[in-house]
Design a protein around this ligand. Structure first.
Ligand code: NAD
Length: 472
């Protein structure tokens, strides 16, 4: 018997839900069963797989209210949960629409006229998906849907901090037996994740750098590919030529949406010194206008901090910054309201790179603003990070593009923020410690789940020129 894990409700602070991780033996059995079922799933063909996913989508829609309720209890937020569900459902449609073209294969001519090549792709049989708590549903399914369409079976290990959304998904899954056999969720924490990695053929991991490193090592031991999507410390650069009104609104959204609990949150802001004062005054004024979604969940803009451990990190970063001379203009404290942890949008100035708030992932609604005097300095500050997930530049388009090419990160939004959260077409890699492996966005995302297989056919019935007996 494994030890039950008690789950905290982020709005009330009460531990009102329990998960019981399966013992490793059962995880191993589940992996074997799901891998066996994958053969039928692959034979079903793409049309059959699309049909099954669409049936699942319809069943989820019928139980949408229960899914919303579960996600709200997991994350303490309402409007973002509704958005998360809608994005997940539309991702099913998007992949079902794109997959037929992406999975099409054709015979190819080769350099040798009498050898034909059939280029095929074969799915990895069993994919393990390990996900974090900040967007529990979206990040459990972002890799799952393309993997299933590619013909893989999938076992998901969601975060132990936000596991409630799994039950309504499973209820819907039970109505689609073909899919139910090849898509499973296992509850548990790190130990369950470790067992999973030892028993799958490919792992997609979203989470922290520290855990990502363990996952990469475990995957290397098994000789399986690991796609890692890890932390970030996204910079925004604002030049004198920027539209200030637009820049402050975009940066505010990019920094504090989902209470800053996004890998691609803007976590540091570099502003040309000629507009620095004006910029941060405007940002502070806009930050003050945002309200906590408390006491009623239906109103307000800022939800609670989901993970208790994160509240401690945010607090530590703020304390460290203030001790080193930072000035707080809004927010700045973690408040205990009704048992939950809350933080209002916080603007800081007098910051520098000796502070954790400028170098380590904070994952909260914190906006440290620092002036720069030359574009070279701005680029150098933006690149002074172990992370390279994404970034934003606000300036005239020509200037912004020039800077975008110099920033060491996988995606750059120009005159906007966090665009990769909204549009998924652009292929991108996570640079530096922000990740490893192929793009999770664009067409490449689906192709990660296929292994290339070449079938080479001799088409004439004469000796090949390189065989014995043709020469010396
Ligand atoms: P985490 O690393 O603590 O946990 C992530 C998952 O890994 C959880 O399901 C956890 O149970 C599991 N896990 C823990 N130890 C494991 C082990 N040894 N082997 C296998 N699995 C193990 O991360 P978190 O606190 O849940 O999430 C926050 C982090 O996720 C932040 O750093 C954030 O930036 C990152 N994140 C990245 C992206 C991205 O796309 N790059 C998206 C969202 C979140």
């Amino acid at each position: 018997m494994t030890k039950p894990i008690e789950v905290r409700n982020p709005r009330t602070g009460k531990f009102d839900y329990v998960i019981i991780p399966p013992p490793p033996r059962l995880v191993v059995q589940q992996c074997k069963r799901t891998r066996r079922a994958q053969v039928r799933w692959q034979q079903l063909g793409l049309e059959g797989r699309i049909e099954a996913l669409q049936q699942w989508k319809q069943a989820i829609l019928s139980g949408r209210d229960r899914l919303i309720e579960a996600l709200v209890n997991d994350t303490g937020r309402l409007s973002t949960s509704v958005l998360e569900i809608d994005s997940f459902l539309s991702s099913i449609d998007r992949w079902c629409r794109l997959a037929p073209d992406l999975l099409q294969e054709s015979a190819k001519n080769t350099a040798i006229p009498f050898i034909a090549l059939q280029q095929t792709s074969v799915p990895y049989p069993l994919v393990g998906v390990i996900s974090p708590w900040n967007f529990p549903l979206l990040l459990s399914t972002i890799d799952t849907i393309p993997a299933l369409l590619a013909g893989c079976a999938v076992i998901v290990k969601p975060s132990e901090i936000t596991p409630r959304f799994v039950a309504p998904l499973m209820t819907a899954l039970n109505t689609v037996p073909k899919l139910h056999d090849v898509l499973t969720f296992v509850e548990g924490a790190g130990a369950t994740g470790s067992t999973l990695i030892e028993n799958v053929d490919l792992v997609c991991f979203t989470g922290s750098v520290a855990t990502g490193r363990k996952v990469a090592q475990a995957a290397a031991k098994q000789f399986i590919p690991a796609f890692l999507e890890l932390g970030g410390k996204d910079p925004a650069i604002v030049l004198e030529s920027a539209n200030l009104e637009l820049a402050t609104s975009a940066i505010l959204w990019g920094s504090v949406v989902n209470t800053g609990q996004s890998c691609l949150s803007i976590e540091r802001i570099y502003v040309a010194d000629s507009i620095f004062e004006k910029f941060y005054h405007q940002l502070v004024a806009k930050a003050h206008r945002l309200q906590l979604a408390y006491p009623t969940i239906e109103s307000g803009d800022i939800g609670p901090i989901i993970a208790e451990k994160q509240a401690a990190i945010i607090s530590d970063h703020l304390l460290d910054a203030v001790e080193k001379g930072a000035v707080i203009h809004s927010g700045g404290v973690i408040e205990d309201l009704g048992g939950g942890w809350w933080c209002r949008p916080t603007v800081l100035t007098q910051v520098n790179h000796s502070m954790k708030v400028m170098t380590e992932e904070t994952f909260g609604p914190i906006m440290p603003v620092m002036p720069f005097s030359t574009v070279e300095e701005a680029v150098s500050l933006a690149n002074d990070s172990i992370y390279g997930l994404s970034a934003a530049v606000f300036a005239s388009e020509t200037e912004a593009l020039e800077i975008a090419h110099q920033i060491d990160a996988g995606a750059i939004s120009i005159n906007d923020a966090g665009l990769t959260a909204i549009m998924h077409e652009g292929e991108k890699n996570a640079f530096k410690f922000s990740g490893l492996g192929g793009s999770r966005m664009g067409a490449a995302a689906l192709k990660r789940f296929m292994r290339k297989k070449a079938i080479l056919i001799k088409t004439n019935d004469t000796n090949d020129p390189w065989w014995f007996g043709n020469g010396e």
